[in-house]
Design a binder for this molecule. Structure first.
Ligand SMILES: *Cc1c(COP(=O)(O)O)cnc(C)c1O
Length: 409
């Protein structure tokens, strides 16, 4: 049997659909964010990164690097086991306290990634609720979809951010049945925000629990970086706040925060927590340093919003089809799998600009886009160079400009 033949034909299918993924081989230069070295087929070249989820450049903040190096020097590298065997280390305990405080909750629990926190947190919570019904937003991230699927519970999908539809589904459900409403606070492909208070109103009216993924908002919104729920004054209305340490906090790991009982139950029942090695102390200490810094420093958040607004203004003025976004995400519409890949390749090869193409299944087919993520460190000159490069690529690929391009969506 030719086993490799099966794998090769699966790959051929992706190539045929023009969504075979190629990763850029990069070396980021600490202290010179967003500059990096690209190991191109022709050798090493300097490029500018425009698609990082290290949104605030915290992965190279001196305090964060310092905490990681100092802790690794003092305590070594790996955690030495799962939390149940030997892996609980003091920096991890301190990090959980920091996270609970960040979201104004009594307790927090750390996972090895944001993906794992959703994938194991959602089904563990749902299975502990007898005959639970999960109501999931249509555009929820894959980690939430997998979590819902693995719960084995009944699920209903409500149209994205449509509280009218959510209410219909809640109204139709048995009032005696436990329900979990799962949604994101900030959707990172379109840059739109959930109506958190309206969802919480419905949860209260129909006796549902709420679970919100704040992965793309923690560190960046709210007076202390608690996310959209902090900004909206809704942290105490949401039952479970989930987030990551890998995006704005520049490290690695995921977490949930909420009631003492809920967190203790997930700690005690979640396979994706119990059976995997804990995060290393150095990573925990670095994450704590990033969170602590962003609790008091507003400079990064303000400059981040200012840069995002400037990118949107400059690209709009250049007639580029910037999709409507109310946040720091700047999606530019392409709507074609082949052309989005070609645009990304041209930007890198001819302009030294790195923007990874966004394809199906991350976004629907024919909604392919370039997803631009400005940071506090993208200055006016870099933004102007980005606009010029995009205009050049749009002309060469004969991509539509202006508002008509978006109307075709
Ligand atoms: C990136 C992402 C995750 C996963 O977080 P990681 O820490 O990268 O594993 C979860 N939810 C959403 C919405 C994400 O975009």
């Amino acid at each position: 049997m030719n086993y490799n033949g099966f794998f090769a034909s699966a790959l051929d299918q992706l190539r045929e659909e023009r969504r075979y993924r190629v990763f850029a081989d990069l070396e980021r230069i600490a202290g010179r964010f967003p500059h990096a070295h690209w190991h191109s087929p022709q050798g090493k070249r300097e490029v500018v990164i425009w698609c990082s989820n290290d949104y605030l450049g915290m992965a190279q903040h001196p305090k964060v690097i310092g905490a990681m190096v100092e802790t690794a020097t003092r305590m070594g590298t790996g955690a030495g086991g799962t939390r149940n065997i030997a892996g609980t280390n003091h920096p991890l305990v301190e990090l959980e306290r920091e996270l609970a405080d960040l979201h104004g909750k009594p307790a927090a629990l750390l996972f090895t990634s944001g993906y794992v926190s959703n994938q194991t947190g959602i089904p563990t919570i749902a299975r502990l609720l007898p005959n639970c019904l999960i109501l999931s937003d249509a555009l929820n991230h894959n980690s939430m979809i997998e979590g819902v699927r693995q719960s084995g519970c009944d699920k209903q999908i409500w149209r994205h951010n449509d509280v009218g539809h959510l209410e219909e589904l809640l109204k139709a459900a048995d009032p005696a049945r436990p329900k979990v409403i799962a949604f994101e606070s900030l959707y990172s492909m379109d840059g739109d925000v959930a109506p958190v208070h309206a969802i919480c109103d419905l949860a209260e009216k129909y006796g549902a629990m709420t679970y919100v993924d704040e992965v793309h908002a923690v560190g960046m919104y709210g007076a202390r970086g608690g996310g959209i729920c902090e900004r909206e004054g809704a942290m105490d209305r949401v039952d479970v706040i989930e987030g990551t340490l890998a995006k704005a906090f520049g490290c690695l790991g995921g977490f949930i925060t909420g009631s003492t009982e809920m967190v203790d139950a997930v700690r005690s029942y979640a396979p994706g927590f119990i059976f995997t090695t804990a995060l290393p102390p150095a990573i925990c200490a670095a994450a704590t340093a990033a969170i602590k810094h962003l609790k008091t420093s507003n400079w990064e958040r303000e400059r981040h919003q200012d840069r995002a607004a400037r990118v949107k203004a400059v690209l709009n003025a250049a007639g580029l089809p910037v999709m409507p976004s109310t946040t720091h995400i700047v999606p530019v519409f392409v709507g074609n799998a082949e052309k989005v890949k070609a645009a990304s390749d041209m930007l890198m090869a001819d302009h030294g600009i790195y923007i990874q193409p966004i394809n199906y299944p991350t976004v629907p087919r024919n909604e392919e886009r370039l997803r631009i993520t400005p940071s506090p460190y993208h200055d006016d000159a870099l933004i102007d160079a980005l606009a010029e490069a995009l205009v050049d690529v749009w002309e060469r690929l004969e991509l539509p400009r202006g508002k008509q391009a978006l109307a075709a969506e």
